[in-house]
Write a protein that binds this ligand. Sequence first.
Ligand SMILES: Nc1ncnc2c1ncn2[C@@H]1O[C@H](COP(=O)(O)OP(=O)(O)OP(=O)(O)O)[C@@H](O)[C@H]1O
Length: 673
Amino acid sequence: MENSSVSTNANANANAHSDSVSLSSKTKVRVIVRVRPFLPNDTPQQQTPCVSLLHQLSSDSAQEVAVYIRDQQTRRNECYRLDSFFGEEDNNVSRIFYREVSPLIPGLFQGCNATVFAYGATGSGKTYTMQGSDEQPGLMPLAMSTILSMCQKTGTKAEISYYEVYLDRCYDLLELKAKEIAVWDDKNGQVHLGGLSRVSVNSIPQFHDVYSSGVQRRKVAHTALNDVSSRSHGVLVISVSSPSVDGSGDVLLGKLNLIDLAGNEDNRRTCNEGIRFQESAKINQSLFALSNVIFALNNNKARVPYRDSKLTRILQDSLGGNSRALMVACLNPGEYQQSVHTVSLAARSRNISNFVPSAHKQETPKLKVNMEEKLRAWLESKGKTKSAQKYGSLNSPFMGKNSASVKKPSFLNSSVKAKVAANQGAYNEKERTASLPFRNLFDYEDLQEYWSKTLQEGSLRDDLIPIPGVEKEERKEDADGIAMESSNTDSPVESSDQNKSPAKVVASSPISEKKNTLTSPLRKVLSPINTNINQNRAEEFSFTDQPCHLLFEPSTPKTPSILTCANIRSQNIVTPLDKLNARGSNLKNYLAQEYVDFLNTASREELLELKGIGVKIAEYILELRETSPVKSLSDLAKIGLSSKQINNLFSRAARGIFDRENTTSSCSEAEVN
Ligand SMILES: Nc1ncnc2c1ncn2[C@@H]1O[C@H](COP(=O)(O)OP(=O)(O)OP(=O)(O)O)[C@@H](O)[C@H]1O
């Protein structure tokens, strides 16, 4: 065993050490999906696959796939473009190897480094893909075997190193060392791992011996959520070198990094304190940093943020420049949420986000918004503040803006929207529609009348039916935006139409039924904003024909209910305290959504003005939302924040608003006195 500082090959590293590199198309990182099969110990509920290949797409320059992820329960679906797809029926690692990894190997002998990552949630098959099993060799042994055979042919030599990055520290796995491996940059900007062992390998049995001892060390070092979950990133480096011409030693030609990344984690599942919390926060942060690096490389960004994590810093000579890389997003076919999380991050890295973007995403206005002012305006309009009278005569705090800025319901596609716009134009003699920058706000009566009219005219019908291929799925999703709302299983008005698309419902029902069909989505819209946070409570609100003001956004219901007398009664809210609590809860949900909207639209400076957001978090938020807007507070976990940290962040912002509110109130009181 040789203990040496692993320095990088000059050629591959020529332009990789700087954060500012000029990148060619060679640097693109391929992002592929691998779905593991169902396993006997997966729970029966998990046995319905949520991931499938939708399309094989090819253009002049590249082949790509559309991957479709669907939640069987809620019928939510998402679609992403990636480079390749290996489904559960295609459970053969060697196919991935021959198609995706073996093309990287000849480059190692010509001075180009390469990196292969397995990325995914715990239990999604990362280790299985990289390491393999007794029956099936994984990418690591397959790569080793191919490299060994090329070494024999070329008279070159292969060595391996194996280390892990745990809590942003690097540890040697081939030799027990008292200290972590020091990572340092030399004066040329090349990164060195001081004292990392390198072991010469001549055969596969020898490789197995050396590698297994490292695996054992990694296992023993960290226990986990369960016995087998990896809490560190395991990096196997296979280096190829050739004897120097002058016989003074070996010259490194190239190296292949094969990385079994730690599973991305939902902090809510892990302990929120102590070492577990630190571990999962570091894991998520470093995965996010990695995704940012890949994103920057794939998008030829001038700055590649290698230095944001230890792993990316170490890998900077093997990501970018002449190097080639592959990210294998591993999925458990029974885990919808996890799959969406993994694939969205993978697709984000590749810079092709949801290729069926929701209308909400498309239309989220890029406005700079003063969140506090908006919130205060809303509070005032709800009579929560002294200046409420100012708005007393208005239907909403946002009334009075011009109708041109009214957002159309987000479940409509453009042609439908065109018709809606036309219909609305005819209908809008009274110009009563309110508008606001972020969501659709309609008076309920207007809405009912508008929809009755629209449906009566059948103007939506033609648009809602014939959509081929992907568009069909898109429409299905859109339709689900309505159908889902009407399929409330607890609902007393649930009808056999619940699974029909709105178009079918429209086709078969008289106007009164159509109105009923509409009331179901509205009932759901009356639910608290964040369905994730408060799914159960969503069903508690009942719909009445009593006029009320709605915050209407059908495909992503997220606005709070405004409690009317009727729905207060229907919730068995009897005491003033119940009422206060219910309103408080709604207000909190509303604030949370406003906060999320703010995160999606604020400038860097505005983000920095919010309590709890520092430079790093602001940058992360900006990076995150570039291709995948924050949908709920829990999305902040993607940038490595724990749920506790997210809560703190939000609470501090909310407190800031009320503090200012208090200050303003006491000032005006003082003035009055
Ligand atoms: N393609 C597959 N075929 C058969 N079994 C598989 C496959 N992929 C994974 N498994 C099995 O699923 C279980 C979890 O897989 P694995 O340990 O590779 O997950 P992981 O993503 O590495 O998880 P962690 O992040 O917790 O380390 C293991 O028992 C493994 O044998």
